[in-house]
Design a protein around this ligand. Structure first.
Ligand code: DGL
Length: 233
């Protein structure tokens, strides 16, 4: 039996990673858990998010997952360290793509769009201290966007008004790169690109996470070398 990789998010956001997973890890079985009953995580305290991450990891273990991917910036920042301390399993998490954004910016000003809980986390502040260098990072919590994505509204009036409201101050301050620091936001990429225009670069972490999963699977001797395509459940 091919043991799956467990992947979870507060809802459908982590599905934005699956294309990259399929391309980079075609033979791996993927088990996706959308915690829709508790979405959004972005306004919840750290303890509540950690409790969900533990409950979902227990579910993944019962399904014999060989690794867990926290396909959620908010849950990674809140809980991945606790998960790593508590389970004998490899975990791959994700954080807003500050490092590549800093390398890309020419204006020296980067905007980070993410949830309030992600932007408030210690782990996020450490990330900034490590990678911002001389670049000015402006953070912007985006309440309401996750809810739009959850109900499949990717281009209507409400998400457009929210995207306008959240991105305008960043661009007015000179940001030329915006980090999509929540796995729900890549579903809004066409709308965000339309609102901010072609001079602004948008960055997310889907590819990078799939590559990191591949490296960890190889390191742990857990990567199948099979031809048969993996399943997605
Ligand atoms: N998709 C999640 C993230 O990457 C969070 C969404 C939520 O607020 O639940 O941060």
């Amino acid at each position: 039996m091919r043991r799956p990789i467990g992947i979870f998010d507060s809802g459908v956001g982590g599905i934005s990673l699956l294309k990259a997973f399929r391309r980079i890890l075609p033979a791996v079985n993927l088990l996706y858990y959308a915690d829709s009953g508790h979405c959004p995580y972005g306004g919840k305290p750290r303890e509540a998010i950690t409790e969900r991450a533990i409950a979902i990891t227990d579910f993944m273990l019962a399904r014999e997952a060989k690794m867990v991917v926290v396909a959620c910036n908010t849950a990674t920042i809140a809980a991945v360290e606790t998960l790593r301390e508590s389970y004998p399993l490899p975990f791959v998490g994700m954080e807003p793509a500050v490092k590549p954004a800093v390398a890309t910016s020419r204006s020296g000003i980067v905007g980070v769009l993410a949830t309030g809980a992600a932007l408030a986390g210690d782990k996020f502040h450490k990330l900034l201290a490590q990678h911002a260098g001389g670049v000015r990072i402006i953070t912007q919590p985006c309440p309401g966007l996750v809810e739009c994505v959850e109900r499949g509204d990717l281009s209507g009036e409400e998400p457009r008004a929210l995207v306008q409201r959240y991105t305008a101050p960043l661009i007015a301050q000179g940001a030329d790169v915006l980090v999509l620091g929540c796995t729900h936001y890549p579903f809004l990429r066409p709308l965000i690109a339309d609102v901010v225009g072609p001079k602004i670069t948008l960055i997310d972490t889907g590819e990078a996470v799939a590559r990191q999963v591949q490296r960890v699977l190889e390191r742990e001797g857990l990567l199948e070398k099979l031809d048969a395509a993996g399943t997605i459940e």
